[in-house]
Write a protein that binds this ligand. Structure first.
Ligand code: UDP
Ligand code: MG
Length: 312
């Protein structure tokens, strides 16, 4: 069986069209569609209920008590899925369902491949700023952490049950799916796809969100930024030591008066700034530890339908 996981947050204009396309594409297969309403405040849930009532054989859904984020929605979908093959797809029709068939065919033919990740082709539509920012992010994260992320690889992917079990085993609360799917290992192949225009509605990830996502990605998989403070601190201390020696010599041997409150101010401000940055970095990791130790659930469900143990 094939399980398709579909996270949806305020996608009322997309659900019906997406479901039509998915149902058409998958009609000859044994499949289930798992919709996750991620605490939408529009009529997404009503739309999902509508399609559920028409096709209870294939459709299942979970509705969250509030917006927990796409990562939480993916986790919930994985937990509830029963398939031997599992696929994650966005609900805005940017990712054409036809690729599900290509991924499935590939996995069925190639036993040694455990997962296929779809990589965006044709990025020209993205702004120069975006492409530049993403390039730096991928360079940084691949250098600083044990994981290897491919620029343009999305959450649009299909994998076998062994990957699902491994991902569910990583029950951390602060989830960065792209990293998790790489960290667990296994054999991943990449396939290209052309991103389509959003069918309806707006993207949920603005610049600020993307920046936050990038920082999270790096700090979730690497503690090297903390070590950076040791290295930079050592270099500065060494330079300061040299400067002290030079000053002492100038005063003692040349009898020169050492000028300068401007230089004093610059150095103090520079070091003060540096110290604050590193306190911030360390604080970020402590904050993460604090949030993880609370052991809160990744999501809270309000309503589920179509699964064996239903909450009514
Ligand atoms: N999404 C979600 N929860 C969120 C934000 C987004 O489930 O808090 C879903 C959204 O409904 C969509 C997918 O994640 O199906 C990708 O979101 P979007 O299209 O806004 O991102 P983009 O394609 O612009 O990266
Ligand atoms: Mg989208």
């Amino acid at each position: 069986m094939l399980s398709v996981i579909i996270p949806a947050y305020n996608e009322e204009g997309n659900i019906l069209e997406l479901n039509k396309k998915l149902t058409n594409t998958l009609k000859d297969l044994d499949y289930e569609l798992i919709y996750i309403d991620d605490g939408s405040n529009d009529s997404t849930l009503e739309k999902i209920n509508l399609i559920y009532n028409k096709d209870t054989d294939h459709i299942k859904y979970i509705s969250f008590s509030r917006n927990f984020g796409k990562e939480a929605a993916i986790y919930a979908g994985l937990e509830k899925s029963n398939g031997d093959y599992i696929c994650i797809i966005d609900s805005d029709l940017q990712q054409n369902p036809k690729y599900i068939i290509s991924m499935l065919d590939y996995l069925k033919k190639n036993n040694s491949t455990d997962q296929i990740a779809m990589v965006m082709k044709d990025r020209k539509k993205e702004s120069l700023f975006n492409r530049f920012f993403k390039k730096i992010f991928y360079k940084l994260i691949n250098k600083l952490s044990d994981i290897n992320l491919v620029d343009g690889a999305s959450d649009f992917r299909m994998f076998r049950k062994n990957i699902k079990d491994a991902v569910l085993n990583l029950s951390e609360k602060n989830r960065f799916s792209k990293g998790i799917f790489s960290w667990i290992g296994f054999n991943t192949e990449y396939m290209y796809y052309t991103v389509e225009k959003r069918y309806s509605g707006k993207t949920k990830f603005n610049k600020k969100e993307q920046f936050k996502y990038a920082i999270e990605g790096i700090t979730n998989y690497s503690i090297k930024p903390i070590n950076l403070s040791i290295i930079i601190g050592s270099i500065i201390s060494f330079l300061a030591l040299l400067y002290i020696i030079i000053t002492i010599f100038q005063v003692l041997i040349n009898g020169k008066d050492v000028p300068g409150y401007a230089s004093l101010l610059v150095v103090t401000l520079f070091l003060g700034g540096l110290q604050l940055i590193f306190i911030g970095i360390i604080g970020n990791y402590i904050g993460k530890t604090y949030l993880e130790t609370k052991q809160r659930p990744i999501y809270i469900e309000k309503e589920t339908k179509g699964f064996d143990n239903e909450i009514l």
